[in-house]
Design a protein. Structure first.
Length: 131
């Protein structure tokens, strides 16, 4: 058996297997280092209220810097343009979100979550202000 293991063909197979093993070890080291680097929390100030125009642009995606940022904006709700979204969870309780269409002074439209209600009737009642 030793004679067969010492043939050049089997030694080459062993070297190929060792090369694959080394390659996989290096790839696993790279993957672990990437996962640790991605787990680093970047501290950023999201609690300071900023103007919406400083944080986001119309017709563009939400950036990492914009996510979670508190913003302020002057807008008017478009009358009769509200929707009730079902199956929304708020602190572990399923209910309904009332979402409205707001228009900024420059004509930009925003979808605004107006509020959450436990029942659809309550969400629909919030759409019509008392008066």
């Amino acid at each position: 058996m030793l004679r067969m293991a010492l043939r050049p063909r089997w030694i080459a197979a062993l070297l190929v297997a060792l090369a694959f093993a080394v390659g996989f070890v290096l790839l696993s080291q790279w993957q672990i280092s990437r996962s640790v680097a991605q787990a680093t929390v970047v501290e950023r100030d999201t609690e300071t209220v900023r103007a919406l125009s400083d944080v986001a642009r119309p017709q563009s995606g939400v950036t990492t810097e914009a996510s979670g940022q508190l913003v302020r904006v002057q807008a008017q709700f478009a009358p009769d343009d509200f929707s009730v979204l079902s199956g929304r969870v708020n602190f572990g309780t399923e209910g309904y979100w009332l979402v409205g269409h707001a228009v900024v002074d420059d004509g930009t439209s925003l979808a605004v979550a107006v509020g959450w209600a436990a029942t659809e009737a309550d969400a629909l009642a919030a759409e019509r202000p008392a008066g």
